[in-house]
Design a protein around this ligand. Structure first.
Ligand SMILES: *Cc1c(COP(=O)(O)O)cnc(C)c1O
Length: 371
């Protein structure tokens, strides 16, 4: 029996490389609280992402939750339901009301033509998602934000290393959140970061991730604990050395998928956006069952039968979660709802063998059709 193929597989340095990286920690016994590895990763990431300021976190979710808190947002926040639970939960856990905007059917990011209709006198921010590494229309969002004096926080969890017109994606908006979770393009095992420009915001973030401590005897904020430790940072330093090769390998997998299923009626494959340096983070496909002959769920089950674990990212939509029962009207985001029922994210990671991509594609294509 062949081995199971999962939707992703974490990038890791060699065992020896990681051991070398953490060896000095046994000299200092300084293993968390903004130590040398933390500082080194911070400065290397600033350079790699092309951003002026960055703050590291224990994970991407806490980075987002505490950034929202640091900005002191109130009232309503415009966002999309076509995302991971984290985006919506971070808003709700800050006692804000998410107002769901639909997505566009081209790249699945927020439909910027529908944002202004959702703005009320309670709106204080827009939290869009660069979903699958596709970037939002940052220029139009910037225009709207300026016109209505709104803050913009990008959920850039999928967009590590993506550039738009030669600029790091983390330079747009007031802040961008990255996730360094094991399953992402770049990982620190678990981890995350916020890029931003305002130094005041940086100070507030620093205190919020460290119990609100200002000085040895002064605690003037009610903070949480969301610090990245030295072992996580060391993993990041190692993985960052190989990130360009890893993205290059992803590209080969991505292109192999396109070669195999780029021209099949009833399967829509992802397109690289204009003016973008992509990171090839995901390979979402959308099935039109009337044309293709099988539904998303039938393809998913057929893959499972063949030991291939694809994922229904993003299904269900966050505005349909049980924990929000009766709170939101899913009819307000019909395109997101439609896409969520038809999308399947296929396995994509640097070491995925090209023969395995061929196999995955032939299983998809051989899914029994009801003609
Ligand atoms: C992974 C992810 C997050 C959360 O990141 P963690 O590091 O796992 O906490 C947030 N938003 C999106 C869209 C994600 O995919």
């Amino acid at each position: 029996m062949s081995e199971k193929i999962f939707v992703t597989r974490s990038s890791m340095p060699t065992f020896e490389e990681y051991i070398e990286e953490i060896r000095p920690l046994w000299d200092t016994h300084w293993i968390t609280n903004m130590g040398v590895k933390h500082k080194e990763l911070e400065s290397k990431l600033k350079e790699y992402l092309g951003v002026s300021q960055i703050s590291l976190f224990s994970n991407g979710h806490m980075a987002l939750e505490l950034t929202i808190q640091a900005m002191g947002l109130k009232g309503e926040v415009i966002t999309t339901p076509f995302t991971f639970a984290s985006t919506t939960h971070a808003i709700v856990r800050n006692n804000l009301n998410p107002v769901f905007c639909d997505i566009n059917p081209e790249d699945y990011t927020i439909d910027v033509t529908k944002i202004e209709d959702l703005i009320t006198d309670k709106t204080t921010a827009i939290i869009p998602v660069h979903v699958y590494g596709n970037i939002c229309n940052v220029e139009e969002i910037e225009r709207i934000a300026q016109k209505y004096e709104l803050k913009v926080i990008y959920d850039a969890a999928h967009a590590f290393g993506v550039e738009y017109k030669g600029k790091g994606i983390g330079t747009f908006g007031d802040a961008s959140i990255f996730s360094f979770h094991a399953t992402k393009v770049f990982n620190t095992i678990e981890g995350g970061a916020v890029s931003f420009k305002d130094e005041e915001l940086g100070l507030r973030l620093y205190r919020l991730k460290n119990f609100g401590i200002r000085g040895p005897e002064v605690v003037d904020g009610v903070g949480a604990n969301a610090k990245m430790n030295e072992f996580q940072a060391a993993m990041g330093i190692c993985n960052l050395r190989h990130i360009d090769e890893e993205i290059e390998k992803r590209k080969k997998v991505f292109e192999r998928y396109i070669d195999n299923i780029g021209n099949i009626d009833g399967i829509k494959v992802p397109k690289i956006q204009k003016d973008i340096k992509p990171n090839y983070s995901y390979f979402p496909v959308i099935f039109d069952s009337k044309v293709f002959g099988a539904t998303r769920n039938e393809v998913y089950n057929n893959l499972l039968k063949n030991n291939i674990v694809a994922r229904k990212y993003f299904y269900p939509l966050t505005n349909t979660f049980e924990c929000f029962q009766g709170k939101f009207n899913v009819e307000q985001t019909p395109i997101a709802l439609n896409i969520s029922k038809r999308v399947l994210t296929l396995p994509l990671y640097p070491d995925l063998k090209l023969e395995d991509v061929d196999k995955i594609c032939s299983v998809i294509l051989s899914t029994p059709k009801k003609t």
